[in-house]
Design a protein around this ligand. Sequence first.
Ligand code: FAS
Ligand code: PHB
Length: 389
Amino acid sequence: MRTKVAIIGAGPAGLLLGRLLENAGIETVILERRSQDYVLGRIRAGVLEQGTVELLDRAGVGERMHADGLIHDGVEFCFDGDKHRFNFRELIGRTVMVYGQTEVTRDLMQARDASGAKTVYESENVSLHDFDSDKPRVRYVKDGIEHELACDFIAGCDGYHGVSRASVPAGSIRTFERVYPFGWLGILVDRPPVAEELIYAHHERGFALCSMRSPTRSRYYVQVPTDEKVEEWSDDRFWDELRRRVDDETAEHLATGPSIEKSIAPLRSFVAEPLRFGRLFLAGDAAHIVPPTGAKGLNLAASDVGVLADALIEFYADRSPAGIDGYSARVLSRIWKAERFSWWMTSILHTFPDTDTFSRRIQRAEFDYLRSSEVAARSLAENYTGLPI
Ligand code: FAS
Ligand code: PHB
């Protein structure tokens, strides 16, 4: 079998790259380890930057997002009960879209299925070969039968635990990492959101986030120790803890109910460099991880593949290598700025086990500076709504 671009992974990065390339007449094959239902069953991101919305429109999958997504002009920070709203539209004339990653993935999957482009779900033992030559190959097993896919390029969109980054010789790649001493326990509940916009809460007991998926479905998180077990958290225990970390008004208006999903996600910052190895390119979580505090993970994956798609389209149109040669440096510059913002948001909003009174005063000063300085607030707004691609 042969194709132009072999894409490893059918998460948002792989599916969006596939759409952008197929729309430009460039044939792709996506190899995904899991089933479609499994991929759709993962509950993850919730906030889209305007740049991501524009890319999804360009991919031709924006209809349901514009119909069901919620435009948010800002967010609220709550520091030990003090609340302050940051109005992004007033500060910098930009907004964000609340539309769950599950729905983005569903829209991309449906468009790909309708186009007839080939996706091999439940492909096993994917391995990458000869990507340091101009004849790269991918091998995989499907239903017990071995296959080989010859291609021009391989896009490693297979996430943090994928095979693509692991296939790069150790001496050819550097990684940078910070693992945080806590995780996020998240629940999904079919109850109206407690507020119109997201509330990021700092409290001495730990961070909490009030988010949403629609006017009738909410998403909440509380910071938990890294060794916490989700089975030790009943719904009642979760709601009690959330109420203690937010302001009184929010606690009073919280509409609680049975969780329909409950899971703990670890928090880490991670970047691999470079992101191009001959005919292999890394994009999305295969290339980087951010703590979800800044709502950057999904958005970075989208901006990576937007740049990679343009580079590959240019190569096939003009045989020009300029875009593919410049891919790694270009996306890494934006990745590191998103890493900085996500680390900063995580640092000011979470309670660190080894913290001291000086560090807690600095966190409070960060909040006081943000709410008293328009310049500081504009910087927050610029980063949260997404830096230029
Ligand atoms: P993904 O991990 O989504 O997709 C990679 C795909 O590759 C998967 O479908 C996987 O099955 C497949 N794959 C892996 N190995 C393979 C192999 N060997 N062969 C074939 N396929 C293979 N971001 C936010 O902005 N906000 C959040 O709240 C948030 N919460 C998160 C919670 C969790 C538990 C996790 C893990 C991430 C969260 N993220 C969040 C980040 C998340 O949204 C990612 O940034 C986003 O999924 C990145 O998309 P992809 O790069 O496509 O990677
Ligand atoms: C979510 O709704 O899942 C969400 C929103 C904002 C974040 C992280 C997660 O920063």
